[in-house]
Write a protein that binds this ligand. Structure first.
Ligand code: ATP
Ligand code: MG
Length: 434
């Protein structure tokens, strides 16, 4: 007998199984409610875009564009790419739909991103980001608002030891002066660079600062600092941001070697880092990208935003906050029913209770009363609604609390048999009192 090969998920792409999806939903709903409180609106863009959207915005020498994109030709021969990040699509959609025309925008998005990286803990080929993008402000107050939102999300989720690092990359003049100084310094120490960094010395030297190679990092301890090259205007904005963060009581450190992996940033960049997670320690990263809208064909519009890696955030939560990580949804009510007639009444009662806002699971198919009660218990339901032969004959149902209730010493409250027409009401009241 030939055994058929089992079809597996694509390497680096994960299923989010039912045991984990509640935590994902919690994280997403905490983000959505914090963003809503700051009056941000969601934007939903396609997962696939024209390839040149990313090569034009992210930068041809970046890791993403040079080696991580999922690019393919469709049936028309057009070159398309699975989006590796969310900012370029948001800018494209904003230009195409006139969102930047005489308007400021506070936007957020959530969804899968795709990068062909080496899969490991906290690094996958399909991963998920929640991100925020703001358009139309060049001052540091919007930056502080965005960082306050991130802190609020972390606080509501009970995330600990996640630290904010900030830096300023200045304007293009500052970066080109700094680039020369950095190249001069690194050229004098070329023997301490790995191959990757040697290549970047010619193409994109600032990216060497982002190297994960330890000996390169050690060398960089003595490298010149970009902060010494900022214009007065950039330096003043960076000082503003620090003052706002202090007023907001958001602790931060200045890391002059923070450059971020994408080429489009200017002035403020930042990362929220959880030091327990090694090379995958950045949970959230972002910055200012005042040139991108114009670069993609729109009228010059300042932009600021971040992307937060949900897999990394969730992993940290699972290790730090067991209470939130292990929360599993359970029904309020489990309906136990014996006999053909009871089955029909069970789903009708389910409908009436759902109508009243209750979460209801019915036993389906045959099964002894004893067996069904075992399942009711296992389901975690607070109340059983029982439709036995006597109840069915009388148009009644027995309400049996399964969990402790106030007024009694821990044990469940007494059961009661009531008319089926009253079940939704009685159950609703009982759930409120428990
Ligand atoms: P890293 O330096 O870890 O590769 P990055 O600079 O490439 O990160 P960004 O492009 O800024 O990351 O994306 C923002 C966030 O998305 C990251 O901070 C991280 O939390 C998450 N992220 C990025 N790439 C991956 C990946 N391959 N798998 C899981 N999460 C990722
Ligand atoms: Mg990366």
């Amino acid at each position: 007998m030939s055994k058929k090969a089992q079809i597996k998920a694509v390497r680096g792409m994960n299923d989010i199984l039912p045991g984990e999806s509640a935590l994902w939903q919690t994280v997403e709903s905490v983000c959505a409610s914090v963003f809503a409180q700051y009056n941000y609106r969601q934007i939903r863009t396609p997962v696939i875009e024209s390839t040149h959207l990313f090569s034009r915005s992210i930068g041809a020498d970046t890791d993403i564009v040079s080696k991580e994109m999922y690019t393919f030709e469709d049936r028309n021969g057009d070159s398309l790419t699975l989006r590796p990040e969310g900012t370029a699509s948001t800018v494209r959609a904003g230009i195409e739909n006139g969102l930047f025309y005489n308007q400021q925008q506070r936007l957020w998005y959530v969804g899968p991103m795709f990068r062909h990286e080496r899969p490991q803990k906290g690094r996958y080929r399909q991963f998920h980001q929640i991100g925020v993008e703001c358009y139309g402000w060049s001052s540091a107050d919007i930056e502080a608002e965005v960082l306050a939102m991130v802190q609020q999300v972390f606080q509501r989720l009970g995330l600990q030891r996640t630290e904010l690092q900030i830096n300023s990359l200045g304007d293009s003049t500052a970066r080109s002066q700094y680039r020369s100084a950095l190249v001069e310094f690194l050229s004098g120490n070329v023997d301490q660079l790995d191959d990757d960094s040697k290549n970047r010395l010619a193409t994109n030297p600032l990216r060497i600062l982002d190297s994960k190679n330890q000996s390169v990092q050690a060398l960089l301890g003595d490298a010149p600092s970009i902060l010494d090259y900022l214009s007065d205007e950039s330096a003043a904005k960076f000082a503003d941001l620090q003052a706002y963060l202090t007023a907001l009581e958001i602790p931060f450190t200045i890391n002059p070697r923070l450059v971020r992996g994408l080429d489009y940033y200017n002035d403020t960049v930042f990362e929220w880092i959880n030091p327990e997670f090694g090379a995958q320690s950045t949970v959230c990263g972002g910055g200012r990208y005042d040139g991108m809208v114009e670069q993609l064909g729109g009228q010059a519009t300042p932009g600021f935003g971040f992307g937060m890696g949900l897999e990394r955030l969730i992993q940290i939560l699972q290790e730090q906050n067991a209470e939130i990580a292990q929360q599993q949804p359970h029904p309020d009510v489990f309906v136990v029913s014996v006999g053909e007639q009871a089955r029909s009444q069970a789903i009708v009662l389910q409908k009436s209770m759902v109508n009243a806002g209750v979460c209801v699971q019915c036993h389906m198919g045959d099964g002894s009363m004893k067996n069904q009660f075992k399942r009711a218990d296992k389901s975690g339901a607070t109340i059983a609604v029982v439709l036995g032969e006597d109840e069915v004959a009388a148009g009644a149902a027995t309400i049996k609390p399964l969990r402790g209730s106030p007024g009694e010493s821990g044990g469940p409250a007494a059961q009661q048999t009531i008319a089926q027409i009253d079940v939704a009401n009685v159950v609703t009241n009982l759930l409120e009192s428990l």
